[in-house]
Ligand binder design. Structure first.
Ligand code: IMP
Ligand code: MG
Length: 179
């Protein structure tokens, strides 16, 4: 695949096009809007992978909400989860009594999400639900399945639309698999 954004590097194939993502994110926005008829809603994005997804998703949600972010330790240049999930940045927002929608780019082993849910749960929010753009469906560590899922992901390493490999490819408007 030839794309000037890749500096000559090769991607295997486009898994989800810009159009497919846009259509699905609009639907997810409707689902989230319908799921929270009342109460406060705090959208918590897991950085960095969710930054594009969060910004597109919240513009499709037609209710009041607030936005904050979390930073957890990432894979670095690895393609597999170390299982060593660290909270690097804590949301400044008060979590007690609020409905939290945790937004994640992709659920792989489920370690990241399970750990984050555990930590956030200690602050006694009214509820915690997960919205994942992609789900690989082999998450053996997942204590709670995501309530909202964008796409079932193929069992390949994906990049683009926020997803990286060694910090590259995040800015691609589509999602592609690496060799
Ligand atoms: P888990 O803890 O194994 O579920 O991994 C979740 C995190 O790993 C995601 O938030 C991503 O940052 C990263 N990750 C998992 N699979 C992929 C992939 O296919 N491409 C890019 N990043 C991935
Ligand atoms: Mg990553």
């Amino acid at each position: 695949m030839i794309d000037p954004r890749l500096e000559g590097r090769e991607l295997k194939r486009v898994a989800f096009s810009e159009e497919q993502i846009g259509a699905r994110v609009r639907q997810l926005g409707n689902e989230v809007t319908a799921a929270y008829p009342d109460g406060t809603l705090l959208v918590l994005g897991l950085l960095k992978g969710s930054f594009i997804f969060v910004s597109d998703l919240v513009r499709q949600v037609r209710r009041s909400l607030q936005i904050d972010f979390l930073v957890v330790s990432s894979y670095g240049a690895e393609k597999v989860s170390s299982g060593n999930v660290r909270l690097v940045y804590d949301p400044q927002a008060e979590l007690e009594g609020r409905h939290i929608l945790l937004v994640e780019d992709i659920v792989d082993s489920g370690r990241t999400l399970s750990r984050v849910i555990e930590v956030l749960g200690e602050r006694r929010p009214a509820s915690i639900e997960v919205c994942a753009l992609l789900h690989k469906h082999h998450a053996t560590y997942l204590t709670r399945p995501p309530r909202f899922i964008g796409f079932d992901a193929p069992n390949e390493f994906l990049v683009g639309y926020g997803l990286d490999y060694a910090e590259n490819f995040r800015h691609l408007p589509y999602i592609a698999s690496l060799e």
